[in-house]
Write a new protein. Structure first.
Length: 279
């Protein structure tokens, strides 16, 4: 039992460290996209420079890069041959998030009741956890620190099954247009297509951790979104979005669910992997 407790504690510590780092330092691919964005307009350029300065300050001071440190969203991908228990995985996720919130200067942003009095939990918990089975014997925990300035601009459309790619692009562009400058652009977009309404929404968040299944569609969406000219900080110009990833799965003959998750420029994510025997 003592050895099990040590293993569990070490795993939770690994989650905590990854989440604290995610609040301060963006993944290299995201930083590269931000660094390579060079708008022509004065206001757009000033916003991008401020974002880069902000990232440097967060890295140097160890403080979160945004006051909305986000809700903990987690996808636990569990290998079918893994010997880890679901109870232990859940406990590791919750404990790691709790320690990160306490030690990493995370804002307390979670309320117990979605309506009514909306009492704050005071812990930034609970995390929102999804589970899926996959091949192999490892466990992979994928985290988003999900701010709600951008989450409030996410959405879903139940399209006519004959809408096709043009209809998908139009739906995504319309949702981005409605959000305007509220999600703190330049934004990152995850698009989920197919399944049911709830599955499409799930896929739209999972898309931030997977290579796009349709790069041509991703490119078309990115091109059309940037034509909106919302621009950095909503002040106009280019870019409005920096990247789009699309995931899809089979759906019913009568429908075409399309979900969009919007992330602000601070696309904070972390991935923690455990091999067989690590849990």
């Amino acid at each position: 039992m003592a050895q099990d407790k040590v293993i569990w504690h070490n795993a939770a510590e690994k989650v905590k460290g990854s989440l604290i780092a995610a609040a301060r330092i963006l993944p290299p691919d995201i930083e590269n996209l931000i660094a390579s964005a060079h708008p022509e307009g004065g206001k757009s350029r000033s916003v991008m420079e401020a974002i880069r300065d902000n990232l440097n300050v967060a890295r140097e001071t160890g403080l979160p890069m945004c006051q909305d440190t986000g809700a903990f969203w987690c996808l636990a991908s569990i290998g079918r041959d893994s010997d880890a228990s679901l109870r232990d995985i859940e406990r590791i996720i919750i404990s790691g998030c709790a320690m990160a919130a306490e030690e990493g200067f995370f804002r307390r942003s979670i309320v117990e009741e979605p309506y009514g009095e909306r009492h704050n939990t005071g812990t930034n918990l609970p995390p929102f956890i999804y589970y899926e089975l996959c091949d192999g014997n490892s466990v992979e925990l994928s985290f988003l620190l999900k701010g709600f300035g951008s989450e409030n601009c996410s959405g879903i459309r139940m399209l006519n099954p004959t809408a096709g790619t043009d209809g998908i692009v139009a739906a995504v562009v319309d949702m981005v247009r409605s959000g305007g400058g509220k999600p703190c652009p330049p934004i990152f977009l995850g698009v989920g297509i197919g399944g049911t309404m709830d599955r499409a929404a799930f896929l739209s968040k999972k898309a931030f951790f997977r290579e796009s299944m349709d790069k041509e569609l991703s490119s078309k969406i990115l091109e059309e979104v940037n034509k909106l000219g919302i621009g950095p900080g909503g002040l106009g110009g280019y870019p409005t979005a920096l990247a789009v990833s699309v995931l899809s799965e089979p759906t019913h003959i009568a429908g075409l669910p399309v979900a969009l998750t919007v992330n602000c420029w601070a696309e904070r994510r972390a991935v923690v992997r455990f091999g067989r025997g690590d849990l």
